[in-house]
Design a protein around this ligand. Structure first.
Ligand SMILES: Cc1cc2nc3c(=O)[nH]c(=O)nc-3n(C[C@H](O)[C@H](O)[C@H](O)COP(=O)(O)OP(=O)(O)OC[C@H]3O[C@@H](n4cnc5c(N)ncnc54)[C@H](O)[C@@H]3O)c2cc1C
Length: 300
């Protein structure tokens, strides 16, 4: 380690990741850094890890990742760098650590329509750009115009267009990359001017829908993607698995595609529950469910 020495006083060692993930699960990162101040700081620490040959993973809200009990080797950077610029032309540029809910509220306050779906979706712009997050009929793909991405082989960030991002249902060219050697710095989104009362009422309806249909408690939201023409939650329920529990991890009795950490769960419980549900649904319905979440670290 040499370049990372510059950050030594703010690097946490063997830091448990459970408190940085929405499921409240996961063993330690060898090294953890919380970037708060600026995109320059975020870029510098990631670049330092690349220079030193240390594996690095950037997380926003940890709302779409299941981290192994054995933790994650190398450096994990928690991205809290938040910044929003709203242009006269209804474009919005947001730093990758900006919370989706805060961004949705800022857009609404500025009278912009197109981001109401993101209210109450946990996580950050960075994670949403990677995953093509979406809800209530909207998604990132509909409004992303360009994304600034840093990669190890260039000093300058690369500008990715929607075509480069190759968005699909909860996926992108970034999510598909196995090397993971990229850092999303910011995204420019395009919205339209709308009626502030209508925007507010759509957001309230979205919040109410979530409260009515989704469980409380630590989870990762939808575990599996919906297969074409069907719903993963319906298939899991039809397979008789609503409420099914392994260790401290339970298929939610409220929404079967949400798995709840009932406080005492380990990531291994959660992972076994995923495997069990996938196998039973395949046996009972013939449908092979595909993960929407990502797994991080080593899994035996
Ligand atoms: C209760 C609940 C409800 C949810 N509802 C929805 C929903 O309605 N719709 C939906 O789409 N999702 C939903 N999710 C999942 C989650 O909110 C989204 O996937 C969100 O976009 C994840 O953002 P994040 O910042 O937490 O990403 P993380 O989980 O931190 O990261 C996800 C991936 O992106 C990568 N990444 C994150 N930031 C960067 C960056 N700056 N540079 C490079 N890579 C990066 C990570 O390495 C990882 O591979 C829900 C989750 C929960 C817990």
């Amino acid at each position: 380690m040499a370049a990372l020495d510059a950050f030594a006083d703010r690097l946490l060692r063997h830091e448990p990741l459970a408190k940085y993930t929405a499921a409240r699960l996961g063993g330690p990162a060898d090294l953890l850094y919380r970037a708060r101040e600026s995109l320059e700081e975020l870029a510098a620490v990631v670049r330092a890890a690349w220079t030193d040959g240390v594996p690095v993973r950037v997380l926003g809200g940890g709302a779409n990742v299941l981290v192994s009990d054995d933790g994650v080797p190398g450096l994990v950077v928690i991205n809290h760098v938040s910044h929003i610029d709203i242009g006269e032309d209804c474009s919005v540029t947001a730093a990758s650590g900006t919370s989706l809910t805060i961004l949705a509220r800022r857009c609404a306050a500025a009278g912009l329509t197109g981001f109401e779906w993101a209210i109450s979706v946990p996580g950050t712009v960075g994670g949403a750009v990677v995953n093509n997050a979406g809800a209530h009929g909207g998604d990132m793909a509909a409004s992303v115009r360009q994304v600034l991405v840093l990669e190890p082989d260039s000093d300058q960030p690369r500008t990715m267009s929607p075509a480069d991002l190759a968005y699909g249902y909860r996926t992108s060219s970034l999510k598909a990359r196995i090397d993971r050697r990229f850092l999303v710095l910011s995204a420019r989104l395009q919205f339209e001017r709308g009626d502030p009362e209508a925007i507010a009422s759509r957001m309230e309806a979205n919040i109410a829908h979530r409260k009515r249909t989704q469980p409380q408690g630590a989870s990762l939201g939808s575990i599996f993607k919906n297969p074409p023409g069907d719903f993963a939650g319906r298939l899991i329920e039809a397979a008789g698995l609503k409420g099914y529990q392994i260790g401290g991890a339970q298929v939610s009795p409220v929404h079967a595609n949400f798995f709840i950490n009932r406080r005492s769960a380990t990531a291994a419980d959660y992972f076994q529950l995923i495997e069990h549900v996938r196998a039973v649904v395949l046996r009972e319905t013939g449908v092979e469910l595909e993960l929407e979440i990502e797994t991080l670290g080593q899994w035996s």
